[in-house]
Design a protein around this ligand. Structure first.
Ligand SMILES: Cc1cc2nc3c(=O)[nH]c(=O)nc-3n(C[C@H](O)[C@H](O)[C@H](O)COP(=O)(O)OP(=O)(O)OC[C@H]3O[C@@H](n4cnc5c(N)ncnc54)[C@H](O)[C@@H]3O)c2cc1C
Length: 341
């Protein structure tokens, strides 16, 4: 059997790896000039365990399972974060600290309750977690090495369903797996959200290198990256720029964002973090924005779980987090195995 996989983000690359391991013929199409350059290379690089999702059981379960499977198969593409704090700020969080701990414990998530680090001044309940950071450069090297002669740089302009096969750019395949996170073939149950994260460099070398995540609700986080001195600042209310019904509109929005717009976002995001970490700007300096697009399901505020859908010979994967790649691959295999045509 011959497979076309469209999109060389974590989903396309992992699914292609699994299909090749079965001895199947696979061709990955990627429109950018390298792999892992869109959402998979522009996010907060958090290998989630579930602590971010106090209000969504399905997402928490998929994260916990995906985290351990990711460590088993791709552990070298992650790094430990020695002090990874999740904090529940009094008065600001949608859940109180005892409820938060109960939700995590009942989902089988282990943590260590810990006093607040000294730079955090707002009263918060706080736990240390084992969440890790994703190493994107290492991931690029890994997939280039493990998928030789499989990745083809070039845009897919047409996918045509035919009797018993599918045509991608005029070439015949048995199945096509759309791993473009909804950009190629739109889905009326999902919308696009243009986003901004901010990169900061640690300027005070004596300052601690911690990960800080404030939950639950319209809060913010500062998280390490693969570069030891660089961190991302993300904010639930301020990271979204706009909601769009088409990919083209979302991409146009991030491409045309002015430095004035970016500076306004920056002021809001810094102010939000400094409510909890007042000396943040003594320890870190602003570097650059990171602009990207999220694909989100309508109507489920906190749902980042994975959806896999089949339309004849076309299978589509949509997921709000990297750790769901195993769930997606299993669903793809099950849909092919159970196919009745
Ligand atoms: C701001 C932000 C923060 C996030 N933070 C996290 C986080 O901390 N942890 C986490 O796990 N997840 C996070 N996510 C979500 C995560 O980035 C996505 O769930 C994941 O990257 C989706 O992977 P993918 O392979 O489906 O999509 P992508 O990585 O976007 O890959 C799709 C690929 O398809 C290609 N493509 C599109 N159209 C075509 C075409 N016509 N022809 C050929 N190729 C095409 C694109 O160029 C792209 O390379 C975040 C996302 C955003 C935007």
């Amino acid at each position: 059997m011959k497979f076309a996989v469209i999109g060389a983000g974590f989903y396309g690359l992992h699914i292609a790896t699994r299909l090749k391991a079965l001895g199947l013929e696979v061709k990955v199409f990627e429109k950018a000039d390298d792999i892992l350059t869109f959402a998979s290379g522009n996010n907060q690089f958090r290998l989630h365990l579930g602590f971010h999702y106090a209000r969504n059981f399905r997402t928490r379960q998929q994260s916990r399972d995906g985290y351990f499977r990711f460590l088993e198969r791709y552990g070298k593409l992650t790094e430990v974060i020695p002090e990874n704090y999740y904090m529940v700020p009094q008065g600001d969080s949608l859940v109180d600290f005892p409820t938060y701990k109960l939700i995590m414990m009942s989902s089988g998530l282990d943590f260590v309750e810990k006093e607040l680090p000294p730079e955090i001044t707002h009263p918060c309940g706080s736990v240390l977690t084992a969440e890790r950071v994703l190493m994107i450069d290492r991931a690029r090297q890994h997939f280039h090495q493990h998928l030789p002669d499989t990745i083809h740089l070039g845009e897919v302009a047409s996918v045509t369903m035919a009797d018993g096969h599918v045509e991608v750019n005029g070439e015949t395949f048995d199945y096509c797996i759309d791993c473009t996170w909804g950009h190629l073939i739109p889905d009326d149950k999902f919308f696009f959200e243009s986003t901004i994260l901010l990169y900061y460099r640690k300027k005070n070398q004596a300052a601690p290198s911690r990960a800080y995540t404030f939950v639950d609700g319209p809060l913010c986080s500062l998280y390490p990256t693969e570069n030891a001195d660089i961190f991302t600042l993300s904010s639930v209310p301020h990271t979204p720029i706009g909601q769009h019904s088409t990919s083209a509109e979302a991409l146009h929005t991030i491409a045309s964002l002015s430095s004035h717009d970016i500076n306004l976002k920056r002021l809001l995001m810094e102010k939000q973090l400094m409510r909890y970490y007042p000396t943040f700007l003594d320890d870190y300096e602003y570097v650059d924005p990171q602009l990207c697009v999220k694909t989100k399901p309508f109507g489920h505020d906190d749902d980042r779980s994975c959806y896999v859908k089949k339309y004849g010979r076309l299978i589509k994967c949509l997921s709000g987090k990297v750790d769901n790649i195993f769930y997606a691959a299993a669903e793809v295999m099950a849909l092919i195995e159970g196919a009745d045509e």
